[in-house]
Write a protein that binds this ligand. Structure first.
Ligand code: ZN
Length: 183
């Protein structure tokens, strides 16, 4: 059984584009380091789950257009660009499992555990975690390699992040592990 590092929505629009997030810059390096370690091990797979929206998508009732399929805003940020052997899964919903090839890819690569990084901890990461939990995958999440959407609320980011991580631990049994302690 292998582990997958699942990198959620580390796209141009989510860093400094349509849904720019000042809190996201700080998680790039931890993800970069984790991905480098994962690529050096046969027991790991690096999986990108990337918004690739169409104008008819339900999410666009709530958020302005972002990560529209085929645009520069929908591309992974340069510092985290996928490499050969990584798996890239486009998605159109908060959960990376909804109407996507993610489950098929994970099963095909004998993945049994997901380590979630990226954004947003209380939205796409959370909904992806639910669907992973419901499908029997083991879960871990890195609090220093995930973030909430800073402009989404006036509550402090650190509090919202702590709540979001706590939710994943409480309801999905996610292991909470710092990025440099992932094994
Ligand atoms: Zn979206």
């Amino acid at each position: 059984m292998r582990s997958a590092l699942v990198v959620v929505d580390m796209l141009n629009d989510f860093l400094d584009g349509a849904l720019a997030n000042p809190a996201a810059g700080g998680i790039v390096e931890p993800i970069q380091l984790l991905a480098g370690r994962a690529r050096s091990s046969r027991d790991w797979l690096v999986v990108y789950v990337n918004d690739a929206h169409e104008l008819s998508d339900v999410e666009l009732r709530v958020f302005p257009p972002h990560a529209m399929a085929g645009t520069a805003g929908a591309a992974v940020v340069d510092a985290l660009r996928p490499e050969q052997g990584d798996v890239v899964v486009p998605k159109r919903f908060y959960s990376s499992f909804t109407e996507s090839s993610l489950e098929h890819e994970l099963r095909a690569h004998d993945v049994g555990r997901l380590v979630l990084v990226g954004q947003h901890t209380d939205c796409c990461v959370r909904h992806t975690a639910y669907d992973a939990f419901a499908r029997g995958f083991e879960l871990a999440v890195c609090p220093d390699a995930t973030t909430v959407f800073a402009p989404g609320s006036s509550d402090p980011v650190s509090e919202r992040q702590a709540r979001a991580i706590g939710y994943l631990r409480t309801y999905y049994g996610a292991r909470v592990v710092q990025s440099d302690e992932v094994d």
